[in-house]
Design a protein around this ligand. Sequence first.
Ligand SMILES: [Zn+2]
Length: 373
Amino acid sequence: LKPTYELYRQDNETNARCGRVITHHNSFDTPVFMPVGTAGTVKGILPIQLQEMGCQVILGNTFHLYLRPGHELINRMGGLREFMSWDGSILTDSGGFQVFSLAAMNRITEEGVEFRSPLDGSQHFFTPELVAAIQEHLRSSIAMVFDECVPWQADHAYLQSSVRRTTNWAKRFYAAHRLQEQRVFGIVQGGMDLALRKESADQITSIPFDGYAIGGLSVGEPAELTRRVMEATAPLLPKDKPRYLMGVGSPELIFEGVSQGIDMFDCVLPTRSGRHGTVFTRGGKINIKAARYKESQDPIDPLCRCTVCQNFTKGYIRHLFAAGEITAMVLATIHNLWFLMQMMRDIRQAIMEDSFNEMRKAFFDQYETVSVS
Ligand SMILES: [Zn+2]
């Protein structure tokens, strides 16, 4: 069996590294940003368009696909990649985050989690074994273990029991998982408590997963806390496996994560905020719906080479948003994903050329981190 991670180059000033993750379906260059395809589609964009912008891996949501249309149906349709006509890799999340954030009346026991479907109120019970089976049916390239995602303000006693439970669930998941063609990643939890993060990292990395993720961040906590936990946890993950920071997608935290040796990121931010009219530029985020762009003949970002910036003005896109046209969301989504894909390409190139710190500084000399309207 091929190793999951191959290192191309290690930065000599930071822990940033450039390499690739190898799956049964393809391989993808890292550091990578994975667009989120919640219900079997990355909202507002076609697989062929993702491919054209150099995207090699996307994320699918186990929780949503289990509820609708169901993992068994997707399996009969040839698996998620076949079902949605996507040739690249797919990472499916564990559903843990959604069970704890979206589902009503969830009851947690050692065995698993009971919850009600937000779609029809029906009763369900997730165990590590079932979540492994669901992801095997989805036939994704990378499966994530079932973990408990706790609120960031959770008290110490609860966090402690949650870390223990997450480790037990990880062991059961590992034992239950059968599909050879699927990589499996473990998830480190522990909330905002650095000692518990260490404990969780020790326990999870003692199970021979193909990669390791930092979970339970970007759940509403201040960015300073995200940074501190990431800095403390990233060095605890093995160097010879991929490292994945879940749910983080702002340029600020991506650069920070890359400098700590993180290889993989995902976030709904570029697609969701795009649909609401917030677009990324080299100068920072702007709200394309603002009145000041009414007669702007400029593209969103004059330096961007995406198809949107090659063809359309800010004045036109603003009009589409004002008129409630679907195309407005499509254009903002294409541009935002392109922006992040290009940013990751630039990061990888800089690491290969030993200029990551200079490139990072140049990026933030231009990029205003406070959102302007
Ligand atoms: Zn663009």
